[in-house]
Design a protein around this ligand. Structure first.
Ligand code: AMP
Ligand code: ZN
Length: 116
């Protein structure tokens, strides 16, 4: 899928509305439309990258940025102390459904391990 037809690119370009919780030049975070926990925020790179596998060495700062945004949102969404999970589903077996790199920040309830 190209960036043009990608739903997360459309969200980043404000062509599709979302409930934004954080934004800067490189990253955008918004409420998941189908939340799997009381806190469920999707953190994306504004640049279209299909998946984790496609990250390059030169993307190291961007990758770190996405993790730090998750860290900050865990604090503002009040699940820093109770606990939270950051998930990057990649390809079929992990259930990736939107092929634009994103991290899920999940919190507000207890999660099981191993994941289902
Ligand atoms: P994944 O299955 O890891 O690719 O995650 C994609 C996530 O994007 C799912 O949790 C969806 O609920 C979420 N999602 C899809 N479309 C939208 C949208 N328009 N606004 C907010 N979240 C969305
Ligand atoms: Zn995209």
């Amino acid at each position: 899928m190209t960036g043009e037809s990608c739903i997360f690119c459309k969200i980043a370009n404000k062509e599709i509305a979302s409930r934004i919780v954080f934004e800067d030049d490189e990253a955008l975070a918004f409420q998941d439309i189908n939340p799997q926990a009381p806190v469920h925020v999707v953190v994306i790179s504004k640049r279209h990258i299909e998946k984790l596998t496609d990250l390059k060495e030169s993307d190291a700062a961007l990758a770190g940025k996405l993790i730090l945004v998750c860290r900050d949102i865990a604090k503002t969404e009040n699940c820093e102390g109770s606990g939270y999970r950051v998930v990057i589903n990649t390809n079929r077996d992990a259930g990736q459904s939107v092929f634009h790199l994103h991290a899920h920040l999940l919190g507000g309830r207890r999660f099981v391990w191993p994941p289902g």
